[in-house]
Structure formats: C-alpha cells, structure tokens
Design a protein around this ligand. Structure first.
Ligand code: IPM
Ligand code: MN
Length: 354
C-alpha cells in the first residue's frame, strides 16, 4: 500500500464542490489500486481572509512544503478584489514552489461536441504549456499618485533566459513523450514586444536545435488565437508566456467543448517542491452553492496528479472512467448540455472505474 500526503485547498465558490467530489473519486480509485491518501485540509480563501486579514498565514509555503502534492479548487471572492485574493493565495504558490511549467491539455473527447463544426473525437488534441513563474505575472511595478485623478501605474514583465529555456525545454520533452504530432508551436508577440519576447524567440531557437525530431512553428499570439479556431487539429504542444498561455488555454478549453473539462498541472519538474493540480476554471459565483458544477476538470487534474506521483495505473483509470462517462452522453452537467448534478456525475465516474 502506497500512501500519498496531499494538501487540499478547496478555496472559494465551486472549489468547495468540485474538490470533495474529486476526493471521493480518488478514494475509490485508490481502493482499487492499493493507494491510500492522507488528506490535509487548509481552509484558506475568502472566509479565511475575513477572519485573519490575509488569504493565508505568513508561513503558508512552509506548511505546504512537506506534502507530495497540492490539490486546489478555485480562489476568489465577490467582496474582495481579485488581485488581492489571487496574489494572496494562488500565484505565490506557483512562484514560491517554482512550478514553472503549467501544463493544460485540451482534448476533444468522444461524446463531447466542439462549438466548431466538423471535428470528430480525438481530432483536436493539444496541450498548452504555460510559463508559470515570471513573464507578465512577475508583479514588478507600482503606483505613482495612487488614487489621485492623474494616478500612474507601471507594471513590468520579466523574461529571463533561464526561465524561457526551461519551460520551452519542458514543451519539447512533452512533445517527444506524447503520442502526438511531435510538434511544438511557440507563441510570442515579438514583433511588438521587442525585448522580452525577442529573448524568448532566441531561447526557442536555441532549445529547438536540441530536438531535431520535433517540428516547430513560431506564431504571434494574435495569429495563434485565430489558428486555434481555424486549424485546432494542427496543434500538438503549444508553449507561451504566462499571460499568453493563460488566454490561449481558455480558448483551447472551449474549442474542445467546455472549460468544465479543462485540467491543469502546475509542475516543478525538478521535484524540489510539491506540484499543484487545479482546474483551469475559477470559482463560478453564478452557479456556486447549487451543486451543479462540473467536477470533471478537477478530476482530470487529479489524474495528472497521480501521473506525476508515478501512480500511473490509478491515474489512467481515472482518465479512462472520465472518458467513458463522457462517451456515454447520459450523465452530464449543464456546461455540456445536460441536467445532472455534481453528485450524479461523481457517481457515474466512480461506476466507470475499473
Ligand atoms: C488560471 C486563472 C488564474 C491565472 C487567475 C485566477 C489569476 O485564470 O489559472 O488560468 O490567470 O493564472
Ligand atoms: Mn485563466
């Protein structure tokens, strides 16, 4: 029996619904694959903020560090500015644990319709690899004349050669390991961002030489957005900066059916720190508390967590159970055109576990 110690941060909104559902599934998969979980719950989020005046305690990273992985729901509260909640909780973990590769697969599954006409299951199968520690999210800047009529804000993006190279290398390694088209597309805006993204382009050129077996293309982000819609089936691995990867991964999610299926892994590939697994979606305040959120994005993220923890069989069992549930088309939440509840979907996925 293998035991994993997992830090659980359900967070806010539908995070409180999709996380328990995913834990129920992980328990069921664990029982079938000789794995047990030691869940350590952290009640950080909006309510914690109202009680303590901060999203997390000062030693939050120290508290999280000893875990094998972190499972996170969603962060954000309608009465707290988003930049306060996210820079208080989610983003410091990505940066502090050097989770520099944010891996976001987008697959058109059997039983799911793309809003784009004519695509069959499996034809769209890509993964966005997003730089996750620097770039446009570096939080370097400040205000001048703050709250005055002529206030000024400066926010700098930070691109380091090391930061670009390591995430680009991760993308090439993934393209090699995947049973895919063996392609990496690099996304920048280096026609306009003439320093930072020119450095990115140079890093991409250098790293790509180490992978002669992988085909490459370099796209400007505006053209990439168009081509995600015009020719989504041509993409395999797509690598981009923190902000561009954020935007493009919502687009890749919707062209493959729903953001309710979009999983993500915030990886420290060097394994010095715990990696973090979370759905791409947010707290969804419009449906929170109703028990109708799609738990599948978190469940697919949990499968990625097991894969990262080298519990491959259990991870693949969860992935297969999710695919089987989708293919059956009967039990599904509203984002996929159904009327099922979070609990209905959870039970259906568990029934499909083998
Ligand atoms: C995501 C989210 C976050 C991000 C927000 C909540 C800060 O949109 O994980 O994609 O921009 O990284
Ligand atoms: Mn996002």
């Amino acid at each position: 029996m293998k035991t994993f110690t997992i830090a659980v941060i359900a967070g806010d909104g539908i995070g409180q619904e999709v996380i328990p559902a995913t834990i129920e599934l992980l328990e069921a998969a664990g029982a079938r694959h000789n794995i047990s979980f030691d869940w350590r719950y952290f009640d950080w989020g909006g309510d914690y903020y109202f009680k303590h005046g901060a999203m997390v305690p000062a030693n939050a990273l120290e508290l999280l560090a000893p875990h094998d992985a972190i499972l996170l729901g969603a962060v954000g509260h309608t009465s707290i500015p988003d930049n306060v909640t996210l820079n208080g909780l989610l983003l410091p973990i990505r940066r502090g644990f050097d989770q520099y590769a944010n891996v976001r697969p987008a697959v058109l599954f059997e039983g799911v319709d793309s809003p784009l006409r004519g695509y069959k299951a499996g034809e769209i199968d890509m993964v966005v690899v997003r730089e996750n520690t620097e770039g446009e999210y570096a939080q370097i800047g400040g205000f001048l004349y703050q709250h005055q009529p002529d206030e000024v804000a400066v926010q700098s993006s930070v691109f380091t050669r090391r930061g670009c190279e390591r995430v680009i290398r991760h993308a090439f390694e993934l393209a090699r390991a995947r049973n895919g088209k063996k392609r990496v597309a690099s996304i920048t805006k280096s026609n306009a961002q003439g320093y930072s993204m020119v450095l990115w382009d140079r890093a991409f050129d250098a790293v790509s030489k180490e992978y002669p077996d992988i085909k490459t293309e370099q796209l400007l982000v505006d053209a990439a957005a168009m081509n995600f819609v015009r020719r989504p089936a041509s993409f395999d691995v797509v690598v981009g900066s923190n902000l561009f990867g954020d935007i493009l991964s919502d687009l890749s999610a919707i062209v493959t059916g729903s953001i309710g299926l979009a999983a993500s892994a915030n990886l420290d590939p060097a394994r010095r720190f715990p990696s973090m697994f979370e759905p791409v979606h947010g707290t969804a305040p419009d449906i929170a508390g109703k028990g109708i959120a799609n738990p599948m994005a978190t469940m697919f993220s949990a499968a990625m967590m097991l894969e990262h923890l080298q519990a491959r069989e259990a991870g693949q069992a969860i992935d297969a159970a999710l695919r089987a549930t989708l293919a059956a088309r009967d039990v599904r939440t509203a984002d996929l055109g159904g009327t099922s509840s979070t609990a209905d979907v959870t039970q259906a996925v568990i029934r499909n576990l083998r």
